[in-house]
Write a protein that binds this ligand. Structure first.
Ligand code: NIG
Ligand code: FE
Length: 390
C-alpha cells in the first residue's frame, strides 16, 4: 500500500490504512497533542522480522572451525576432531550469568538493528543442568532489557557432552528427568528443541525428549534432516510448532508437513556459511503446500549472522523463493512457528506494534541489496529502537 499509515497506542496497532483515513480517526482527533509522528517518507514499512530460530547463548566465535572449513574440513569432521558444538561448552560453562546475558543482549541489539523485533532464543551450549539453566536465565535477563519479544527454547539435547561420551541414553535421561521438569517449573522456556541427527541424538531419543516436553506442557520443535534424512512421520505426531533445516526432506515428508500445522523453518544462512552447494528445497515445500518460515539460525558454528534481509536474499537467489514469499516467511510464518501469530508477524489492528522501516522504495529491494544494512528504524512493542543498538 502506498501513502500508508500505521496508528499505534500503548504498544499495540490501532489501525492500518491510508494516511488520510488515519487522520480522520477519532482517537487521533482527540489526542493530537500526545501524538508522535514518524515520517517514513516513501520508505517501506514492514512488520518487524520474526526470527524463529537462533542460538545466541554462547561466549565466543569459533574462528578455528571457520579456518578449518576453508581448508577443506567438513562440519562433521570438525566436530569429530573436538571442534563444533562441544568446543563452545567451556566458554559457556565458565561464563557468569551476567557475562552471558551481556552477550545475548549485544546480539539482540544487532537483530533489532536489522529489523527483527521477535527472536526465538535457544540454550544448548551448556549441556549440563546448571549451564543450561544459566543460559536460559541469561536469555531471560537480556530479554528484560530489550524492547522486542524473546521466545526461549531449551536445547539441552544439542549434542552429548564429553563427560557423557558413550552414555547418550544417560544424558537423555538427564534432559528428560531434570532439565525439562526444572525449566517447565521455573517457566524458563516455552519450547524444547532437539538435534535429531547422526552425530547428535537418534530418532528414538529425540521422540522421548519431545514426549516428556509435551507432558510438561511445553511446545516442541526439532533440528532435523540437516545432514542426513530422518522421516518426519513420528516427529510430526508430537505436533511440533516447527521442524527446522529440512535439507533432506522427500516428497512423502513434504506431504506430511503440508497436512500438518507444523511450520518448515529453513535456515539457508547455515548452508551459505558451511559452503554447501545445495540448499533446502523451499520451492518443493511451498508448491507442495507446506508453510515455510525463514530464520537466521544465528550461532557460532554454522550461521553467525543476525541479518534477516541477507537470509531473505539467500532464499530468493539460492532457493527461488519470490521476494514476497521470503518476506512472509520472515514475518508471519515465523510468528506461526513460535505460536505467536495472534500477536506478531503482520501489521493488523490488535497486534503488537512491531514495525521495521527500510530505506528503500520497493519491498523487493530488501532481498535485492544483499549484505546491506537498510533498516532505518525499528519499533518494538511500541518502543522506538535506534538502529545502531546503542
Ligand atoms: O542449527 N545443527 C545444530 N545446531 C546448529 C549449529 C550449532 C553449532 O555448530 O554451534 C545449527 O546449525
Ligand atoms: Fe540451529
Amino acid at each position: 500500500m502506498t501513502d500508508a499509515a500505521v496508528l499505534c497506542n500503548a504498544g499495540k496497532i490501532i489501525s492500518v490504512g491510508k494516511t488520510r483515513d488515519a487522520l480522520k480517526d477519532p482517537w487521533i482527533k482527540k489526542n493530537k497533542r500526545r501524538l508522535t509522528e514518524i515520517d517514513c517518507g516513501g520508505r517501506v514499512v514492514l512488520p518487524g522480522f520474526v526470527d524463529s530460530h537462533t542460538h545466541p547463548a554462547f561466549a565466543a566465535p569459533r574462528l578455528v572451525d571457520f579456518e578449518k572449513r576453508i581448508a577443506g574440513a567438513t562440519y562433521e569432521e570438525i566436530a569429530e576432531a573436538g571442534g563444533g558444538i562441544r568446543s563452545s561448552l567451556a566458554g559457556v560453562r565458565g561464563a557468569g550469568k551476567a557475562q552471558l546475558s551481556k552477550e545475548v543482549l549485544k546480539a539482540l541489539h544487532i537483530f533489532a538493528a536489522h529489523g527483527t523485533t521477535t527472536v526465538e532464543a535457544k540454550s544448548g551450549y551448556g549441556l549440563s543442568l546448571a549451564a543450561e539453566l544459566k543460559s536460559l536465565e541469561a536469555i531471560r535477563s537480556a530479554a528484560g532489557e530489550w524492547p522486542g519479544t524473546v521466545a526461549s527454547t531449551l536445547l539441552g539435547a544439542h549434542v552429548v557432552p564429553p563427560e557423557s561420551h558413550g552414555r547418550a541414553d544417560d544424558y537423555v535421561k538427564l534432559v528428560c528427568e531434570e532439565m525439562i521438569p526444572q525449566v517447565a517449573k521455573r517457566g524458563l522456556a516455552t519450547s524444547v528443541d532437539v538435534f535429531c541427527e547422526r552425530a547428535a541424538f537418534t530418532e528414538d531419543q529425540s521422540l522421548k525428549i519431545l514426549a516428556v516436553a509435551r507432558s510438561h506442557g511445553l511446545s516442541v520443535r526439532a533440528h532435523v534432516s540437516q545432514l542426513t534424512r530422518t522421516s518426519l512421520k513420528r516427529l510430526l505426531a508430537f505436533q511440533p510448532l516447527s521442524l527446522d533445516h529440512l535439507d533432506f526432506v522427500d516428497d512423502n515428508d513434504i506431504r506430511l508437513l503440508a497436512n500438518s500445522n507444523t511450520v518448515a523453518t529453513l535456515v539457508p544462512g547455515a548452508n551459505y556459511f558451511l559452503g554447501l552447494q545445495e540448499y533446502p528445497p523451499a520451492r518443493k515445500l511451498i508448491d507442495g503446500g507446506a508453510a515455510v518460515a525463514l530464520a537466521t539460525d544465528y550461532n557460532p558454528g554454522t550461521s553467525p549472522t543476525a541479518n534477516m534481509s541477507f537470509v531473505l536474499s539467500l532464499a530468493c537467489t539460492q532457493m527461488k523463493m519470490t521476494p514476497a514469499e521470503a518476506i512472509s516467511a520472515g514475518t508471519i510464518n515465523g510468528a506461526w512457528a513460535l505460536g505467536l501469530a495472534d500477536r506478531k508477524g503482520s501489521l493488523e489492528p490488535g497486534k503488537d506494534a512491531d514495525l521495521a522501516i527500510f530505506d528503500v522504495t520497493d519491498y523487493r529491494e530488501i532481498a535485492y541489496w544483499f549484505g546491506s544494512h537498510l533498516c532505518k528504524q525499528v519499533i518494538a512493542n511500541g518502543v522506538p529502537i535506534t538502529p545502531t543498538g546503542k
